[in-house]
Design a protein around this ligand. Structure first.
Ligand code: 5GP
Ligand code: ZN
Length: 113
């Protein structure tokens, strides 16, 4: 989508610190990290939010989770633990409407909400 920030990162029109990329997904460092490790994982396809997911997207979302595990290992948080989360729409605190998952770790996280 032309006016989507994360689509612009996918198209390399906006720079990002990319830690993983293949034909289906991309992972890059969050610009405002909430913890020592804070990576965003996105499908390259523009899916606005989790409620827009369709059965055809199952494979890419499964793949994204396997890459999240790989990134957690590379970032040194697979042993200590981490959080993988999606903020969905207004009440979920979503700001960027291109589906993304936050991989957050490197410190003890407080309980949700
Ligand atoms: P949301 O609240 O939508 O789940 O999270 C959006 C995330 O995108 C935030 O953690 C924010 O810091 C991050 N973000 C916003 N703009 C940019 C940007 O231009 N580059 C990068 N790398 N992250 C961004
Ligand atoms: Zn997009």
């Amino acid at each position: 989508m032309d006016d989507c920030l994360f689509c612009k990162i996918v198209k390399k029109e906006i720079p990002a610190q990319i830690v993983y990329e293949d034909d289906k997904i991309m992972a890059f460092k969050d610009i405002n990290p909430a913890a020592p490790v804070h990576i965003l994982l996105i499908p390259k396809k523009h899916i606005p939010d989790l409620t827009a997911l369709e059965p055809v997207d199952a494979e890419v979302i499964g793949h994204l989770h396997l890459v999240a595990k790989q990134i957690a290992e590379e970032q040194g948080v697979a042993e200590s633990g981490f959080r993988l989360l999606n903020n969905c729409k207004e009440d979920g605190g979503q700001v960027i409407y291109h589906l993304h998952f936050h991989l957050i770790g490197g410190r003890k996280l407080t309980h949700l909400c």
